[in-house]
Design a protein around this ligand. Structure first.
Ligand SMILES: *[C@@H]1O[C@H](CO)[C@@H](O)[C@H](O)[C@H]1NC(C)=O
Ligand SMILES: *[C@@H]1O[C@H](CO)[C@@H](O)[C@H](O)[C@H]1NC(C)=O
Ligand SMILES: *[C@@H]1O[C@H](CO)[C@@H](O)[C@H](O)[C@H]1NC(C)=O
Length: 468
C-alpha cells in the first residue's frame, strides 16, 4: 500500500513537473517552420494546381514574374528591385492621404511624395500581380496590374501619343462597337478625383502614381469580360493615350479600390477576393467577384477612412508574436475622425509598414524570441532584423498573427514574414518596416498564400490561409 502511494506520488510529481515545463510562459511560444531552401527556389517546389473558379465572375491572377518567358532575371533580383521601389508606393499613399486630410492643394504636399523619379527596372507600377481581363466587342484580353489602392481601371489605347511596351497588342477602340465616350456633364466625369478636364465635351482622366508613372486619355465606357461568357456592359475605363512608366509589360491598372469609379463598385459587386501566389512561382490563382466568405476566414471589420473613400482598412484587434499579444498603441487599429491611423490593406505595397511605435513593439517581441538564431548585424534595405540562415534547411521562427473578430488569429506562413534577401550569403529578414506617419499598411508579401476577401455588402475583410 505504502509502495503504491509512493509510486502514485512520484507519478503525480512527474506529471506536474512536465506540465509546468509545457505551460511555463517564459519558455514556450508558438513557432512556424520556415523552409529555407524552398524560399530560395519557390517555383521548383510548388505544384501548379489551377484552382476551380469559385464564382462566375472570375479572372485568372498571375505573379508579374511569369510574364517573362523565359524569366529575364531570377525572381530574387526582381523582388529586390520591388523592395527598392516600395517606399515610393508608400509615399504615394501618404500623399493621397495628406491631400485629403488637410485639403491642401498639390503644391503644398512635400514634393518627394509626388515626384520620385521613375526607377529603371522591368517591373514597375502598382504591383507584382496581374489579372487577365477581356475588353471590347469582340473581347480582347489584357493583363492589368491589381491595385486595391486606386479606383480607376485604365489600359493603353490607340492612337498612342506615348505608350510603353506591353505583351498584348494595344487596345484599338475604333474596332469596338461597344466603346462609348463619357461626356463632361456625365456623373461619372464629376466623380473623378481631379478637376474635370474636358476636350470637346470628351471627359479626360489623369492618374499619377507616386513613382512618376502617369496615364491620361479619354474616360470611356466599354464592355468588360470575365472569362469567355460573363460580361458587364458600359463599365467606365480610362483609355490611355499618354502613358509613362514601366508597368511590367501589362496593359494598365485594374482599380479595385472602394471609391465609386472602381471596378467592384461599377459592376455592383457585393464582394471580391484574391489569393496572391508566392511571387517567384509560375502558378496562377483567381480574382473572384461575388464569391462567398470562406468558412475558415479570420474576419475583421472593414473600416472606412472619412477622408479617403478608396482605401480598405482591416479592423484587426491585435498582433501576436509567438502566440503572445504585443502591446501596440490602440491607434494602430483605429482611424480617427481626421483620417489618421488604421491598417490599410494594399495589394501594391510589398512589405508591411507599421506605424513606428507599433513596429518597435512587434520587432522587439520577435527579436526577444529569436535570440538563439544567428543575426546579421545592421540594416538591410528597410529591414533592421535580419538573420544568417546559411547552412540551414529549415528554421523554427516565432509565429506571427493578426487578431480578428472573436479573438481568432490569422497566422501567417513563415515565408510571408521571413524573406530571403540574397541567394548565397543566407541573409533572411523580418519583412516589416517602420513608418513615421500615423498609418500602417498590410503589404502583399504578408498576404501571399492567403485568400483575402473584401465583403463590401457587410463591410468585412476575411483572411483565409492556404487558399491559393
Ligand atoms: C514553371 O517554370 C519552370 C521554369 O521556368 C518550368 O520548368 C516548369 O515546368 C513550370 N511549371 C509549370 C507547372 O508551369
Ligand atoms: C495652392 O495653394 C497656394 C497657396 O495656398 C495658392 O497660392 C495656389 O493658388 C493654390 N493653387 C490651386 C491650384 O488652388
Ligand atoms: C553567413 O554565414 C556564412 C558562414 O557561416 C558566411 O559565409 C556568410 O557570409 C554569412 N552571411 C552574412 C550575410 O553575414
Amino acid at each position: 500500500m505504502a509502495l503504491i502511494l509512493h509510486l502514485t506520488f512520484l507519478f503525480l510529481t512527474t506529471i506536474m513537473l512536465a506540465l509546468s515545463l509545457t505551460v511555463s510562459p517564459s519558455t514556450e511560444f508558438s513557432t512556424t517552420l520556415l523552409d529555407v531552401t524552398a524560399s530560395l527556389h519557390p517555383q521548383q517546389t510548388q505544384p501548379n494546381p489551377t484552382p476551380p473558379p469559385s464564382s462566375s465572375f472570375t479572372l485568372q491572377l498571375y505573379p508579374t514574374h511569369s510574364l517573362h518567358n523565359p524569366p529575364q532575371k531570377d525572381h530574387l533580383s526582381n523582388f529586390l528591385a520591388q523592395l527598392n521601389r516600395d517606399k515610393a508606393r508608400v509615399n504615394s499613399i501618404v500623399a493621397k492621404l495628406q491631400l485629403a486630410i488637410s485639403q491642401v492643394n498639390e503644391s503644398e504636399v512635400r514634393p518627394e511624395y509626388l515626384s520620385s523619379p521613375v526607377t529603371s527596372g522591368e517591373s514597375q507600377g502598382s504591383g507584382e500581380y496581374f489579372a487577365r481581363i477581356g475588353v471590347g466587342q469582340p473581347p480582347h484580353n489584357f493583363n492589368l496590374d491589381l491595385d486595391t489602392g486606386s479606383d480607376i481601371t485604365w489600359l493603353q489605347c490607340k492612337p498612342c501619343e506615348r505608350c510603353f511596351q506591353q505583351v498584348d497588342p494595344i487596345f484599338d477602340p475604333s474596332g469596338s462597337p461597344s466603346y462609348g465616350q463619357i461626356t463632361c456633364d456625365a456623373p461619372q466625369c464629376r466623380q473623378l478625383d481631379q478637376k474635370p478636364i474636358c476636350k470637346a465635351n470628351k471627359c479626360q482622366y489623369q492618374v499619377n502614381y507616386g513613382d512618376g508613372s502617369v496615364s491620361m486619355g479619354d474616360f470611356i465606357t466599354e464592355t468588360v469580360w470575365f472569362g469567355k461568357t460573363e460580361s458587364v456592359p458600359r463599365v467606365p475605363l480610362g483609355c490611355g493615350h499618354f502613358n509613362v512608366g514601366l508597368f511590367a509589360a501589362s496593359a494598365g491598372i485594374l482599380g479595385l479600390g472602394r471609391g465609386p469609379l472602381s471596378l467592384p463598385s461599377q459592376i455592383k459587386a457585393t464582394s471580391f477576393s484574391y489569393c496572391l501566389v508566392a511571387r517567384g512561382s509560375n502558378r496562377s490563382s483567381t480574382l473572384d467577384f461575388n464569391s462567398a466568405q470562406l468558412d475558415d476566414s479570420v474576419v475583421t471589420r472593414m473600416l472606412s477612412n472619412p477622408k479617403v473613400a478608396s482605401f480598405y482598412y482591416a479592423g484587426f484587434t491585435g498582433i501576436s508574436i509567438g502566440g503572445r499579444r504585443v502591446p501596440v498603441p490602440v491607434s494602430t487599429f483605429e482611424i480617427d475622425s481626421s483620417g489618421n491611423g488604421g491598417i490599410l490593406v494594399d495589394s501594391g505595397t510589398a512589405v508591411t509598414w507599421l506605424q513606428n511605435q507599433a513596429y518597435e513593439a512587434v520587432r522587439d517581441a520577435f527579436t526577444s524570441l529569436t535570440v538563439n538564431l544567428p543575426r546579421v548585424p545592421g540594416r538591410v534595405l528597410m529591414f533592421d532584423t535580419c538573420y544568417n540562415f546559411s547552412g540551414f534547411e529549415t528554421v523554427k521562427v516565432p509565429t506571427v498573427s493578426f487578431v480578428g473578430q472573436g479573438g481568432k488569429s490569422w497566422s501567417l506562413a513563415a515565408e510571408a514574414y521571413i524573406i530571403p534577401l540574397d541567394r548565397t550569403a543566407g541573409t533572411f529578414c523580418f519583412a516589416m518596416a517602420p513608418m513615421q506617419e500615423a498609418l500602417s499598411i498590410l503589404g502583399n508579401v504578408q498576404q501571399q498564400g492567403t485568400r483575402v476577401s473584401f465583403d463590401i455588402a457587410n463591410s468585412l475583410i476575411g483572411f483565409s490561409p492556404n487558399k491559393c
